[in-house]
Design a protein around this ligand. Sequence first.
Ligand SMILES: *Cc1c(COP(=O)(O)O)cnc(C)c1O
Length: 433
Amino acid sequence: MKYYSTNRQAPLATLHEAVVKGLASDKGLYMPEAIKPLPKEFFDEIENLSFQEIAYRVADAFFGEDVPADVLKHIVYDTLSFDAPAVRVTDTIYSLELFHGPTLAFKDVGARFMARLLGYFIRQEGQEQVNVLVATSGDTGSAVANGFLGVEGIHVYVLYPKGKVSEIQEKQFTTLGKNITAIEVDGVFDDCQALVKSAFMDKELNAHMKLTSANSINVARFLPQAFYYFYAYAQLKKLGKADQLVICVPSGNFGNITAGLFGKYMGLPVKRFIAANNRNDIFYNYLQTGIYSPKPSVATIANAMDVGDPSNFARVLDLYKESHAAIKADISGTTYTDEQIRKTVKQTYVETGYLLDPHGACGYRALSEGLQPGEVGVFLETAHPAKFLETVEGIIGDKVEIPAKLQEFMKGTKQSVPMTKEFADFKQYLLGQ
Ligand SMILES: *Cc1c(COP(=O)(O)O)cnc(C)c1O
């Protein structure tokens, strides 16, 4: 399968090229040339299949032409070494818990898949080592580092701003060792990003070592997110609750929800989607007005959704052939203040016993306000509440149990390479590697 750029100026790319490049040369996002519908028989028996079996069928539709079946199956099964259960919150609202992976957030799925696919391409070509550079303000670094941990032929450098990430976030990428190196930059997130960008553009450095990114817009991180939408449907179908299914996605960069929309194109019987936003309401405003006007992001307690210019909006537009009416027919939007998010976490905990994280809270609230009679809603619970410990404990006035996986990270010893924000220093360091 070939991949085209949403800007239509760059040449078509193979899967391998699209994965290594990430962004197309015209700065567009890669899209698969075809989205293959899955046959009726698949949906007829989907409730009897496992998460891994379902995911493999979906993966085959995207990647089957480019990756041998046994390899692809292995990548999918290895990626999904954990479950994504749909947990009942009320009779009509279910939480699709995407926090059972190594870093307790949904980004584990895409990061693990991409790492394994890239690893396969490298081995297949007998290539030298590939080096992944990733700048992080917290969560991306942990998902990418853990996703790539132990994958042969790849070394990951995580650049993060000193003193600007929480202790638990820092531990998730500084304690791993092996093929993961944490670089602690004396600066802010933008400095880290600038160092990564300069590295990609530096001729001498690129001659010395093969560099690539693991950005969230990468097709190998983005497309696998479609897997769990099918699994959500399967679980609700088994309960006899999937006839009028509404899926609500707490959204920031809009990669997660766009993967769900791809699922709908493949025939997944979802009635409609809701994009739940925090105060960063760019997409919400677009739905109301038809005008897309990006603006600087504002900080909220659902900080992984603090995005002022969602990258994947280009993919949504492309998928719906730029039709505002068609987009509105499939997706509605909501936007919530921190105050509303707090209230939702607290009230849901008191009334149902279910503890939401601030992102999932936007999703739950949108469903509790917006479901029509006869509809059943699933929201994606994108991270474990313990990842936002102080915020959540502050809201509920109670201790939050920290999962064993998270506690394990806390026990590890931090190892990082101190770095200034000067590119010359970073370059010198990489040239020595
Ligand atoms: C990244 C993230 C989101 C937003 O997902 P997008 O694909 O960027 O829309 C929501 N919740 C959590 C916890 C995240 O880490």
